[in-house]
Design a binder for this molecule. Structure first.
Ligand code: GLA
Ligand code: ZN
Length: 672
């Protein structure tokens, strides 16, 4: 099953009219019509209204919201509302309250506050989901199901500990296998009974926080268990919905690069992927682009929904800047360019009270339609509508893949040594950015994905190498492709046990190098690297590489390893295996990635324009769309590389024509 079928890009977002008087709803709908809003996400935090007491359900408000939406010709993405438990539930069944990393059972408060192993929570959540499905499965407004909201991380209660032990039994079979996987003879940890196993937290294996563990194997399994425990909540609700509604697509809003949950394990259970984009404040445009591509990669390139973004500001940060004129439009088109088949906001109208009253909204407290934000939202609505169904279902024709692996992320960041300063997302982003800025479309895919469609595979900080991955990477190179991997790759197996071979373990034949030593230095220490005759900077970790067949491409310039390779290239079959042994600066990563892309003719025609992002989508009828996004504050002066129709202006463009792109502006070209 895939995303709901619609006649245009669904446009709208979170709508909580239960928070204000009904006469205001008239105003809401009048403004929605003006803004081209056709999709409302409803009921995300409505549990205490829909079930005010254990044995009482009350759907009058939801009925009115959905009926009104239907009467107005709008569709609803209906939430099960189980992310914030009502007070009566937490009071009657204290077990639903989660227990934190310090082992403190929380009392009622906030949201995302439930224990995933609580039978009471599970029973009430699935009962509510079932009731909702029973009632609304055939409602004309229903477009999709939105289970829960932004599932979070672990709970450290006794019930979760028990569930963890059960999960371990299934995963490892016996205690011998578990002891072996976790290397428990280290520090006298050999377990002789399952009950002896404590989940890792502040009172057990951890000391400075979730990243500092004495046993990486235990903590890794705990992260995997947490993923499955939360996923179990999702699938239970989904089943309850399916009992009454076999057809409507079901999703939950993911959080992109959210470390606690391995979304690759979730993907098969989602009918379609949706996610909430709130990029870090200082993030370059390639950051949300990376996350879009990661989300698209969850289901083998299928389009996803942008379930939330703010139309103007967030509220949760210490300082919450407003999106500049044009930024919302640019970010929305960027999502579409990367595979979004819906553009939705949090939120359509501002809540009156509580912690999100200053969070940006399409309609503010005064209910005006003459604000800058409303105008930008409305004109984007018109623009998206003008495309009709053209982009829906369109795929990305990438020949470059970037491997993204939660196991490697976790293992790298919970490792003692060589450096806590190496952050998985930063290294992955550096390689992604280089490829994207060179104009390559990139699929961000799990390590288990089929690699045969790709000419170039980027595998930065591939710390854990599992299953037959090394052989599949070798196959990419053997048939003429190029694989790039980096420092701290090929270090450990599935259980984070070091390979009993030279580093980089199973990647050694492909890369043609051997690493015996590595040096880690504070962030301000630079070792220059001479790369293709250009001096670039390297930081954080310096692996000392001995070529075993590979040729040096870059050399360290300082310290006792001056003159030894920092970047190497190994001929392997018809192709190449590259090894980058240190954290190169942006110029360094750019040079490596450009050389690799050039080898395969994958550098784009607009690669010279650093602020201009390009992305392709191919529609189900075979039309190729090229999205051009100028993230710069100045106009970009491009020259068209192919004849095309500019879909937003209606103009024709011939090859060689001037193609000016204003500051923070967008063009959608139908290539001919
Ligand atoms: C998240 C939640 C929303 C809202 C927004 C505000 O994405 O899903 O309920 O809290 O953040 O930023
Ligand atoms: Zn728990």
């Amino acid at each position: 099953m895939s995303a709901p079928r619609t006649g245009r890009i669904p446009y709208g977002g979170d709508y909580n009219p239960e928070q204000w008087p009904e006469p205001v709803w008239d105003e809401d709908h009048r403004l929605f019509t003006r803004a081209g809003i056709d999709t409302l996400t409803v009921g995300v935090f409505a549990w205490s209204l829909t079930q005010p007491a254990e044995h009482t359900y009350d759907f009058t408000v939801l009925d009115r919201i959905l009926d009104r939406a239907a009467a107005e010709g709008r569709r609803v993405c209906l939430a099960t509302g189980t992310a914030a438990v009502p007070p009566w539930l937490a009071t009657a069944y204290p077990e639903v309250n989660h227990t934190d990393f310090e082992g403190r059972r929380h009392r009622y408060g906030q949201r995302h506050n439930f224990c995933p192993s609580s039978p009471a929570y599970r029973r009430f959540a699935t009962a509510l989901a079932g009731r909702l499905a029973e009632r609304y499965a055939r409602h004309p407004a229903l477009l999709a199901w939105h289970v829960n909201n932004e599932y979070g991380g672990p709970c450290h209660c006794e019930r979760c500990a028990g569930a963890f032990r059960g999960w371990l039994r299934e995963r490892h079979g016996g205690l011998d296998a578990l002891n072996d996987a976790w290397c428990t003879t280290f520090w006298s940890h050999r377990y002789t009974a399952w009950e002896q196993i404590e989940p890792p937290h502040a009172l057990t294996e951890h000391w400075r926080g979730p990243d500092h563990t004495a046993f990486q194997g235990i903590t890794l399994d705990w992260f995997r268990f947490t993923t499955d425990a939360r996923l179990g909540c999702f699938t239970a609700e989904k089943e309850a919905i399916r009992a009454h509604d076999p057809a409507t697509p079901v999703t939950t809003n993911l959080m992109g690069m959210f470390r606690p949950l391995d979304y690759h394990r979730w993907a098969p259970h989602l009918d379609f992927v949706s996610w909430d984009s709130y990029p870090p404040l200082d993030a370059p445009p390639t950051w949300p682009a990376l996350v879009h591509d990661l989300m698209r990669g969850l289901k083998d390139g299928a389009p996803f929904w942008l379930m939330e973004q703010t139309p103007s500001t967030t509220a949760c940060r210490d300082v919450n800047p407003v999106r500049r004129p044009g930024e919302l439009r640019l970010a929305s088109w960027q999502a579409v360019a990367h595979g979004a088949d819906a553009v939705l906001y949090f939120q359509l109208r501002a809540s009156r009270g509580a912690c999100e009253k200053y969070h940006g909204a399409v309609i503010g407290h005064a209910g005006r339609d003459d604000t800058r934000v409303f105008r930008e939202v409305a004109s984007l609505g018109e623009e998206l509508e003008s495309l009709g169904r053209l982009t829906l279902g369109a795929r990305t024709p990438a020949r470059t893949a970037l491997l993204f692996d939660w196991d490697s992320w976790w293992a790298l960041e919970i490792s003692d040594g060589p450096s806590r300063l190496v952050r998985y997302q930063d290294v992955v982003h550096a390689y992604y950015r280089a490829a994207r800025e060179a104009g390559a479309d990139v699929d961000v895919i799990p390590v288990a994905a089929d690699l045969t469609p790709y000419d170039v595979v980027l595998a930065p900080v591939l710390h854990l190498v599992k299953d037959d991955l090394a052989a599949r990477l070798e196959a990419v190179a053997a048939r003429g492709g190029t694989v790039v991997t980096t420092f701290l790759s090929g270090r450990a197996d599935l259980h984070d046990r070091a390979f009993l071979t030279d580093v980089p373990g199973p990647l050694a034949p492909l890369t043609g190098v051997r690493v015996d030593e590595w040096d880690a230095r504070p962030a301000d220490v630079v070792n220059p690297v001479l790369l293709d005759g250009v001096r670039v900077e390297a930081r954080l970790v310096f692996e000392i590489v001995q070529p075993r067949g590979a040729e040096p491409v870059g050399l360290y310039q300082e310290d006792f390893y001056a003159g030894t390779p920092a970047v190497t290239r190994n001929r392997f079959g018809e192709g190449e295996g590259w090894y980058v042994a240190t954290a190169l600066d942006r110029t360094g990563v750019d040079r490596v990635v450009r050389r690799v892309l050039d080898r395969h003719g994958l550098t784009g025609p607009y690669a010279g324009h650093r602020d201009v992002e390009t992305a392709h989508r191919v529609t189900p009828d075979g039309t190729t769309l090229l999205f051009l996004l100028n993230h710069g504050a100045r106009a970009a002066h491009l020259t068209a590389h192919a004849p095309a129709a500019d879909l937003l202006t209606g103009k024709r463009v011939e090859r060689g024509d001037a193609l000016p792109l204003g500051p923070r502006s967008v063009a959608v070209l139908r290539l001919q």
